[in-house]
Ligand binder design. Structure first.
Ligand SMILES: C[S@@+](CC[C@H](N)C(=O)[O-])C[C@H]1O[C@@H](n2cnc3c(N)ncnc32)[C@H](O)[C@@H]1O
Length: 280
C-alpha cells in the first residue's frame, strides 16, 4: 500500500497499531472463559501489511497491518473475523491473507464499510467483539456509528479525521460558504448540522456592523462536538480519554476514540483501554 498515495505509514501508524494490538491481546485474554463467540471486524481492512514512509524510495519497509495483527493474536484467537475492503486490488491481497490462514474463520467483503455495517445482522446476544474503524479520512458516517451502538456487542476504536475535517472548515467565513458537497459530507459524519456550532459571530467585528462568522482556531471544537454526540449515543460506554495521532510536524491527523460495546462490560473494557492510552 503506497504511503505516498494514502498518507499513512508514519510513526503515528505504528502508534495506532500498537494500541490496537495491546487492546486485542488484553481483550481476548479477559474474555477467554466467557460463553461468547468472539468476533473481530476490520471495516477498513487494507491488505494485512502497511508500507512505512521512508525518505529512501528504494528502501521499502513494511509492518503488519491491523488485519494481520488480529489474526495473529495469540492469547486466545477470535472465533470469527470479518475484513471489509472497498478497493479491488487490496481486496485481492486480503484474499491471500485469508488463504494463508485457512485454519481461521475469516470472511472477507469487497464492499463499502458503511453499507456493510449498516446491514450487518447477527444474534448479538451471543457475540462479543472488537471493531476497528480506520478510514483514510472522512468515510465513517454517523448512521454507521448509531448502528454499531445498537448492537451492544462491539468495543469500537474509531479514527476521527480531525485534519481532514479542519481542512473542510474555513476559519473566517460563514458556514454557508462551505460548498453544499462538503456541508453534506460534514452532515453525514456528524449525523446532523451540529458542526455549524463551531462558527459564532465575532463580537469585535459586529461592533462595526459588519458581522462575520468565525470558527475558533484549532481542532478542539470539532472534536468536542463529536465527543458530545458520542456521549449522547453511548452514555457511560464512551471513554472521554482519547489519543491525538500526530505527524512528524506535530500536527494532529486523527483523534483515536474508544466506545465500549456491552453495558455489562464497561468497567473491564474501560480499564484496559484507559490503561493502554495512558501507558503507550
Ligand atoms: C488507513 S487504510 C487501513 C489500514 C489498515 N487498518 C491496516 O492497518 O493495514 C484504509 C483502508 O480503507 C479502504 N477504504 C477506503 N474507503 C473505504 C470504504 N468506504 N469502505 C471500505 N474500505 C474503504 C482503503 O482502500 C484502505 O485500504
Amino acid at each position: 500500500m503506497s504511503s505516498a498515495n494514502t498518507g499513512f505509514g508514519g510513526p503515528w501508524t505504528e502508534e495506532k497499531l500498537a494500541i490496537l494490538k495491546k487492546y486485542l491481546d488484553a481483550y481476548t485474554t479477559a474474555l477467554k472463559n466467557q460463553p461468547f463467540r468472539l468476533i473481530y471486524i476490520d471495516a477498513f481492512a487494507g491488505t494485512g501489511e502497511v508500507e512505512l514512509t521512508s525518505a529512501d524510495e528504494e528502501k521499502k519497509e513494511f509492518i503488519e497491518g491491523s488485519a494481520k495483527i488480529a489474526v495473529d493474536v495469540d492469547s486466545k484467537p477470535f472465533d470469527e473475523y470479518i475484513f471489509v475492503e472497498k478497493d479491488q486490488d487490496r481486496f485481492v491481497q486480503l484474499n491471500s491473507l485469508k488463504e494463508a490462514y485457512e485454519n481461521k474463520n475469516i470472511q472477507i467483503e469487497n464492499e463499502d464499510a458503511n453499507d456493510f455495517l449498516q446491514n450487518l445482522q447477527k444474534d448479538w446476544r451471543r457475540y462479543r467483539g472488537v471493531l476497528f474503524l480506520d478510514p483514510f479520512a472522512t468515510e465513517v458516517e454517523w448512521a454507521t456509528i448509531e448502528k454499531i451502538a445498537s448492537f451492544e456487542a462491539l468495543d469500537t476504536w474509531i479514527l476521527f479525521p480531525t485534519s481532514a475535517i479542519a481542512r473542510m472548515l474555513p476559519r473566517k467565513r460563514e458556514p454557508d460558504i462551505i460548498s453544499p458537497e462538503w456541508a453534506n459530507r460534514l452532515d453525514r459524519i456528524y449525523g446532523d448540522e451540529s458542526w455549524r456550532e463551531l462558527y459564532s459571530i465575532n463580537p469585535q467585528i459586529s461592533l462595526f456592523g459588519d458581522e462575520e462568522q468565525q470558527r475558533q482556531e484549532g481542532i478542539d471544537g470539532l472534536i468536542r462536538i463529536y465527543k458530545n454526540k458520542l456521549i449522547q449515543l453511548f452514555g457511560d460506554r464512551f471513554l472521554e480519554e482519547s489519543r491525538a495521532l500526530k505527524n512528524s510536524k506535530n500536527s494532529a491527523l486523527f483523534e483515536f476514540l474508544f466506545c465500549v460495546g456491552n453495558p455489562n462490560g464497561i468497567g473491564l473494557a474501560m480499564d484496559i483501554a484507559e490503561h493502554i492510552l495512558k501507558d503507550l
